[in-house]
Design a protein around this ligand. Structure first.
Ligand code: ADP
Ligand code: MG
Length: 249
């Protein structure tokens, strides 16, 4: 049995340099099925670069990157990796403002590719039931027929998470989801991500410590492209090196 067995995401010894600057330096991280991992760390620690490596946007110079036990992601391009079931949420929400909330989810379904054919495509009852369930998960059932443009910033972030769920990913990567959200939206986001992580693997990068506490999950602190500390938030935030290089700043 290799040490990849039973992992949804397996990074081992990953390094990447940009013009001689090591953005990732021998980074190793594991995420198991239906597990959530929170990643914290100072600006420039390599958190976003790590997501770029997983999604195939950036190639590692060294190291192993495996998905779902045995798929070598370093051999695949971004489109192939997305199709395998890795969804990524960027910081800025990118929803279709001039379409309804529900149509945004329809547009995100894996089926037809262009906007017109996606909207004309007769949804099956099964699709509709599944999308209604997703609306529930992302707290937008009551906004189903409203224009996406009319949502709050936080609700747009949730809609985008819903659009990723419509593609039924096994692994969801979420970069700073609560930036710019109200406190109430931030609390709700922790709840909905915990619900999502009951059935999928989720990696969340976030600076907001009370949000990370609400996630109640395993935490990895990155700095200078490597793992500085791992454990519960209490363990990690009590670590003297983490305090010196991140929290104490
Ligand atoms: P974080 O998300 O933890 O704040 P990043 O992964 O964005 O950190 O950045 C890590 C370092 O790598 C930064 O110094 C950044 O400037 C650099 N970097 C990231 N991506 C690129 C790139 N495509 N080209 C050059 N430098 C990059
Ligand atoms: Mg970043």
């Amino acid at each position: 049995m290799s040490d990849k067995t039973g992992t949804m995401l397996y990074l081992s010894g990953v390094s990447v340099s940009f013009d001689g600057f090591k953005a990732l330096n021998n980074l190793s991280i594991i995420v198991r099925p239906a597990e959530m991992l929170a990643i914290i760390g100072p600006n420039g620690a390599g958190k976003t670069t790590m997501m770029d490596i997983i999604t195939g946007k950036t190639r590692p110079d060294e190291g192993e990157v495996y998905f779902d036990d045995r798929t070598d992601l370093t051999k695949l391009d971004e489109a192939n990796i997305a199709n395998l079931g890795i969804g990524r949420k960027f910081q800025k929400p990118t929803v279709f403002e001039s379409h309804s909330v529900f149509d945004n989810l329809v547009l995100a379904l894996k089926k037809p590719r262009n906007v017109l054919s996606a909207l004309l495509y007769a949804q099956s009852d099964a699709d509709e039931a599944r999308l209604d369930e997703i609306l529930d998960t992302v707290r937008l059932s009551h906004r189903k027929n409203d224009l996406a443009a009319d949502l709050s910033h936080g609700q747009k972030q949730w809609l985008e998470i819903g659009m990723l769920l419509a593609q039924d990913p096994k692994l969801l990567l979420v970069d700073e989801p609560v930036a710019g959200m109200t406190d109430a939206e931030t609390e709700e986001t922790a709840k909905l991500l915990k619900e999502i992580a009951k059935t999928r693997s989720v990696v969340v990068v976030e600076h907001d410590m009370s949000f990370v506490r609400d996630l109640g999950t395993r935490v990895t602190c990155l700095a200078e492209g490597s793992v500085l500390a791992e454990g519960s938030l209490d363990q990690v935030s009590a670590n003297p090196i983490v305090i010196e290089r991140y929290l104490g700043r």
